[in-house]
Design a protein around this ligand. Structure first.
Ligand SMILES: NC(=O)c1ccc[n+]([C@@H]2O[C@H](COP(=O)([O-])OP(=O)(O)OC[C@H]3O[C@@H](n4cnc5c(N)ncnc54)[C@H](O)[C@@H]3O)[C@@H](O)[C@H]2O)c1
Length: 328
């Protein structure tokens, strides 16, 4: 049994990770300020003896020192997430994504110097590749960001700084860090409120409202079920060869956003129509998007095998069933 801290554990991925780690028999502490997540995502664990929820902000140094103490593993997921949120709140994005990572690493360094070594998973993102024009991306590829006048790049750039900090802490001080670059993760409990495409489409389809597609809908993404992702993350944390590495985590099966919308309408049995909206209307004049985003999975496959077990139709069906449930 391990003592585990999950930052951002009341969020979408964090709440599924809690379930997985509790099922595996560990003791879990979640810290979350409920800025985009909610305690209700953890409802069924709140009175478990081996589970603790702390409502707090991981940009607070004393809280971080306190929480890191006596832990074996830390999963650092807390961040400002979602294209819509990021385009509108670039300062908060940068602060929320860099400062807490710095604090956690410095706390881990103090523990390490005191003779206790704590392994850390850092949740990074495919956004760090920026708009690299390659058809598929591997972990050694260049980061190609747009101009600093385009606020959306602040998310990828801030996560890239997190990666630099974590890798430097590994090289300089021997802190065992595992860095996962998530591609599009979807599944039950994901909110559509911050621009995430699948929950937004499913919510609209269930109301028979138009599914609003940004741009021409020919941009492609690869969607993976959150259960596959959390299983992969936990296995990577137990894999010694993953320490000090940056690893793509996701599906490598692309679909256009227009095709995704059509699958959602079919599987939901909806009468919705497709409606097209420019990026300018959806975000702002400066918004820039990435046409294609496909990971190379050789590294993760070498470490733990291919993580993907669920196909897109079964994922969409799962999200539809979740959105049909009455909210708690
Ligand atoms: N969902 C995806 O497709 C995806 C893709 C790439 C990367 N990621 C990364 O995975 C992680 C989890 O993302 P998610 O989709 O579950 O998003 P989410 O918004 O549901 O989860 C983030 C959680 O962090 C909490 N949080 C934010 N700032 C905090 C702070 N300062 N102190 C305490 N709690 C704080 C939020 O309340 C929320 O519960 C993030 O680091 C994100 O960058 C997600």
């Amino acid at each position: 049994m391990k003592e585990i801290l999950i930052t951002g554990g009341a969020g979408f991925i964090g709440s599924h990770l809690c379930q997985k780690l509790l099922d595996d028999g560990h003791r879990i502490t979640v810290v979350d300020d409920e800025s985009t997540g909610a305690r209700s995502n953890l409802e069924r664990f709140l009175d478990y003896e081996q589970f603790e929820f702390v409502n707090g902000d991981v940009s607070c140094p004393d809280l971080v020192d306190d929480l890191v103490n006596e832990k074996d593993h830390i999963y650092h997921l807390a961040a400002a997430v979602g294209v819509a949120l990021i385009a509108r709140q670039p300062i908060a994005t940068i602060e929320r994504n860099i400062h807490p990572t710095q604090l956690i690493l410095s706390s881990l360094r103090k523990q390490h110097e005191a003779g206790r070594t704590v392994r850390m998973f850092l949740a990074s993102t495919s956004e760090v590749y920026g708009k690299n024009p390659k058809a598929t991306w591997n972990e050694q590829d260049d980061l190609v960001f747009g101009a600093t006048t385009k606020a959306r790049w602040s998310y990828g750039a801030s996560k890239a700084i997190d990666e630099f900090l974590a890798l430097a802490s590994y090289r300089q001080y021997g802190l065992p860090v595992v860095i996962g670059r998530f591609f599009n993760v979807v599944g039950p409990r994901q909110s559509g409120a911050y621009g995430m495409v699948l929950p937004r489409f499913v919510e609209a389809a269930l109301r028979n409202d138009p599914l609003v597609i940004h741009d021409d809908g020919q941009q492609t993404r690869c969607f993976a079920h959150v259960n596959d992702i959390v299983n992969a993350v936990v296995r990577l944390m137990d894999e010694q060869d993953a320490v000090g590495e940056v690893i793509n985590i996701g599906s490598d099966h692309p679909i256009t956003i227009e095709q995704l919308a059509q699958r959602v309408i079919t599987l939901a049995g909806s009468n919705s129509q497709l409606q097209y909206q420019s990026y300018r209307e959806a975000y702002d004049d400066d918004f820039e998007d990435i046409r294609h985003r496909v990971p190379e999975l050789d590294k993760i496959t070498r470490l733990i095998g291919n993580p993907i077990t669920r196909d897109l139709d079964s994922i969409i069906t799962d999200v539809i069933a979740d959105k049909k449930q009455p909210s708690v």
